[in-house]
Design a protein around this ligand. Sequence first.
Ligand code: DGP
Ligand code: NA
Ligand code: NA
Length: 213
Amino acid sequence: ANVSCDSKRGALIVLEGLDRSGKSSQCLKLASSLASQGFSVEAWRFPDRTTAMGKMISAYLSSKEDMDDRTIHLLFSANRWEKRSLMEAKMKAGTSLIVDRYSYSGVAFSAAKGLDLSWCKAPEVGLPAPDLVLYLDIAPEKAAERGGYGGERYEQLDFQRKVAELYTALSDSAWQIVDASLSIDSVHKILKELSIQCISDCHRGKELSFLWP
Ligand code: DGP
Ligand code: NA
Ligand code: NA
């Protein structure tokens, strides 16, 4: 009886944006409101700071550890790879993943340091490609005004300006640019509508693809 149900694939929905763009709270709000409407969803985030690699990343971000730019880049990427089989299994089982940051953060934050863009993209090749990227668009100056940065390594205005430029260079047909200066509820409403559309496309048979499309 549940043959058609088993064949429904979950979607990979990624939220991207500068630090203080509102991503993390929107991600949780989106996942819980989709869940309360009966969708099978999970909220994820990268970096996943709970794994062994995630702990090294966390020490780096809080400036407790220094690391070569390329080394930390590969660690961030490995932190996504260590979750790949679980991501695919969840989607195959019909669960949609709402993910706070993904490979676009990986490339934008490292390329903003001056690393070559195609070198930065290479280790992400073969990871599941998002069905939808919700880019929370905010001017770097506006983001900086929002209650201040938390003091982690990348939370500086000049650096965030470069990250914003790099994000623009990475956007593709899966991207939707959402004005993050709107109210929390307005942003949420837009994200939810786009996500429901995306999930139903996946349920109707849209195939999973892989980076970079
Ligand atoms: P968050 O936990 O979302 O606040 O992210 C922590 C910081 O790490 C944030 O400034 C963005 C940055 N970041 C996230 N993913 C990556 C990545 O894959 N590579 C690099 N270089 N930076 C990343
Ligand atoms: Na942050
Ligand atoms: Na965040």
